[in-house]
Design a protein around this ligand. Structure first.
Ligand SMILES: *Cc1c(COP(=O)(O)O)cnc(C)c1O
Length: 460
């Protein structure tokens, strides 16, 4: 057989026409979302003022295995998809490993991440419904950028609440979003009740994703014809991200490969959920059994050290509660942490799969080891990865090194979710030896767990 090429390319016609709804194959579903005031299961009418109609339906759909991708979204996908599946020959060589390493690269668009896959879908459904503006939050800025791109494509107004620390550290992110026409507000801000409350408590607050979410939701429900959209965690987001896994599987089939190990970084869980989707479907239905690894930062270890419990998705406690692995909505990741993935919770779907043993492992890695992996990867594979993505690189390298010891030629697939051009100050910090590793103590985590709600009959 001839050598497998570096790039295993799909054609435009091979971009999936349908998303894969993993839940249709799950033996058990996660528990319902709960209303933040009544603590009763959320019904569709509770969600409709916050989210777009079609997206609400997708959120609670546990039965349709495949959901058609509307033509307008498919057309948009063609601008930046199919994304390449790449064989990391040079990395294999420098590691001197018998393992075969493949990665699915989602960074080939201006947002620099996989987030455009769901931004495109969410903006489209809003437009279809006659919504005129959207709100959201952004941390590092990839999601805000992706949504700004999608909103400008479909002609919607967008307000982005950007976590203050990122707003100050990443002025170019703000500039990109504004170029696409979005309005950017540093969070906490004085434009919302929750923001004002947070500022009253701590005028110097550098913000958090949880607070920015609260502000964006508040703005959406108080503005006519406006809805809130979220870039991760939710079931609808994982659904849209299934294009990653469907494409990866198709490309690997073309070269007769099937992964032994599938690795993704996990913040809210959307890229990992998307990457593993088709392979997880195989596992759930007995057609395959890859080993799945979720990689998270040691500074914010939602799955590996978190609790499986009902928790608020935001600091302001105005969003529904979700059953998920969580560190508690009051958990504050260290500001020293440059490596992204700072959300306190985890996708309810992935949490359930992990709880039930289908998602095999959650692994926490320190940020200096992550940047070490990123630097090695950049030198040998020529891509400057986002810090988030580099968590997956770290684990892929470690698995490949294990293969070197055992002599096993395993096939490893990992998700390279994006590029790190806006994270160069962190790269500099790493190179200058100024990066530190923060690992929360058990007492630190207890403080976060103390904020978990007590729900009669479930958590009391
Ligand atoms: C947002 C982001 C992540 C983490 O989000 P998930 O929902 O866990 O996928 C990972 N990588 C990049 C590049 C991101 O922008």
């Amino acid at each position: 057989m001839s050598k497998i090429p570096y790039h295993i390319n799909l054609t435009e016609d091979e971009i999936p026409r349908q998303w894969y709804n993993l839940r249709a194959d799950m033996k058990q579903q996660h528990g319902p979302y709960l209303h933040p005031v009544t603590m009763k299961p959320v019904v569709l009418d509770d969600l409709l003022p916050i989210f777009c109609h079609e997206l609400c339906l997708q959120e609670v759909n546990t039965t349709d295995r495949y959901i058609d991708i509307p033509d307008e979204i498919h057309e948009f996908y063609k601008i930046f998809r199919p994304s390449p599946l790449i064989r990391a020959y040079n990395l294999e060589k420098v590691l001197d490993t018998p393992a075969k390493i493949y990665f699915k690269f989602e960074g080939n668009n201006t947002s620099g991440s996989h987030k455009l896959n769901t931004a495109a879908a969410q903006a489209y459904y809003a437009k279809e419904q006659g919504i005129t503006s959207l709100t959201t939050e952004t941390g590092a800025g990839q999601w805000g950028t992706a949504l700004a791109m999608a909103c400008s494509y479909f002609g919607l107004d967008l307000t982005v609440f950007m976590v203050k620390v990122s707003y100050e550290q990443k002025p170019y992110r703000k500039s990109i979003m504004e170029t696409f026409g979005a309005e950017i507000i540093a969070s906490p801000s004085s434009t919302t009740d929750i923001g004002k409350m947070m500022l009253a408590k701590d005028p110097d607050s550098t913000g958090s994703l949880g607070t920015a979410i609260s502000e964006a939701v508040e703005r959406a429900v108080k503005t006519p014809n406006c809805r809130y959209v979220l870039g991760s965690v939710l079931n609808q987001v994982l659904l849209h991200q299934s294009v990653i896994g469907l494409e990866a599987k198709l490309a690997m089939e073309k070269i007769d490969e099937y992964p032994d190990i599938v690795i993704g970084c996990a913040g809210g869980g959307s890229n990992l959920g998307g990457l593993i989707s088709a392979y997880m479907g195989d596992k759930l239905t007995g057609r395959g059994n890859p080993y799945f690894i979720a990689v998270e930062p040691a500074s914010c270890p939602s799955m590996s050290r978190g609790r499986y419990a009902y928790d608020y998705c935001d600091t302001g406690h105005i969003t529904p509660l979700a059953p998920m692995y969580t560190l508690g909505s009051d958990f504050r990741p260290s500001p020293d942490h440059a490596g992204g993935l700072r959300y306190h919770g985890m996708s309810p779907i992935l949490s359930k799969l992990y709880h039930d043993g289908y998602l095999d492992e959650a692994r926490a890695v320190t940020q200096t080891s992550v940047f070490e992996a990123a630097a090695l990867f950049a030198k040998h594979e020529t891509i400057l990865a986002a810090p988030e993505s580099s968590h997956a690189i770290r684990a892929a390298i470690d698995e490949a090194l294990k293969c070197k010891e055992t002599g096993e030629a395993k096939t490893i697939l990992f998700g390279l979710t994006g590029t790190g051009y806006f994270d160069l100050s962190a790269y500099t910090q790493y190179r200058e030896g100024k990066m530190t590793d923060y690992i929360p103590s058990d007492e630190d985590l207890e403080r976060g767990f103390a904020s978990l709600p007590k729900i009669p009959g479930i958590q009391d």
